[in-house]
Design a protein around this ligand. Structure first.
Ligand code: HEC
Length: 230
């Protein structure tokens, strides 16, 4: 072994050895890193997955602000115990317009990726006001200020512009018409709440949050169902 070429030629020459090692590691690094610059960032949108409406973006911003993701994940794992409880497991292409993604890493509460349509709007209204009144013994906090405070449509337009910059396909027209669209979608929720005896207005934060929660996983569920039942 003493006269192995590696030991004779390379190992006594520390500088040469260091240079060659650096070259080898650089090549390895470049092979890993360079293709990433050409790759698209994030998953490609699955067919039928549409960007969030302006009101849903407002609700999503509230979800982030309130830190809901610290207790709730948004990813149904491909395991039977999960799919029985929550519905179809989450596909990568469903997250294409989730910027930033809200997969979460802790489940103190249940997964919310398919919560859209699970409860009526009025349930969410009452649950946000007083979760313990809806689910005995829950440790989810109350969010009463969401029922009083209003979102600012200008903030939502700023969020839409930011999302447009990073590649979500909102047109300038979508952004300009956002306040009117938000009122339209909000009024529909207010109408459904009124049938349950709840009086409120479409500018409230709770309305935006309900719009967002009711949208979660809905596009994906319809698309996956269509694929499974040809
Ligand atoms: C301290 C942890 C905690 C935080 C923070 C939290 N939740 Fe919850 N959440 C829970 C728990 C526990 C439950 C299950 C019991 C219940 O229904 O309250 C739950 C239930 C829910 C449900 C019903 C889910 C289902 O499948 O029925 C929704 C919707 C929900 N939370 C939304 C939110 C939103 C929106 C926020 C942020 C504004 C939030 N949660 C913040 C712990 C939390």
């Amino acid at each position: 072994m003493a006269d192995h070429w590696h030991r004779r030629i390379l190992e006594p020459r520390a500088t040469l050895f260091a240079v060659l090692t650096t070259v080898c590691i650089s090549v390895g690094g470049l092979v890993e890193i360079v293709p990433m610059f050409g790759a698209k960032t994030g998953p490609e949108a699955m067919e039928g997955i549409h960007p969030y409406s302006p009101l849903e973006v407002a609700g999503r911003d509230i979800y982030i602000r309130e830190g809901c993701y610290t207790c709730h994940s948004q990813m149904v794992r491909p395991m039977r115990s999960e799919t029985l409880r929550y519905g179809p497991w989450s596909r990568a292409g469903e997250y294409a317009w989730d910027r930033p993604f809200l997969l979460g890493s802790r489940r103190i509460g249940p997964d919310l990726h398919r919560v859209g349509g699970k409860w009526p709007d009025a349930w969410h209204y009452d649950h946000m006001k007083d979760p313990a009144g809806m689910t005995e013994g829950t440790i989810m906090p109350n969010y009463p200020w969401l029922l009083e405070d209003s979102y600012d449509p200008a903030d939502v337009q700023a969020s839409l512009t930011a999302l447009q910059t990073v590649g979500t396909p909102y047109t300038d027209e979508d952004i300009a018409s956002a306040p009117a669209k938000m009122k339209e979608q909000g009024d529909a929720i207010v109408g459904r709440l009124a049938t349950a005896g709840i009086q409120t207005t479409s500018d409230k934060e709770i309305i935006a949050l309900i719009a967002y929660l009711q949208r979660l996983g809905v596009d994906g569920r319809a698309q996956i169902k269509a694929q499974e039942e040809p």
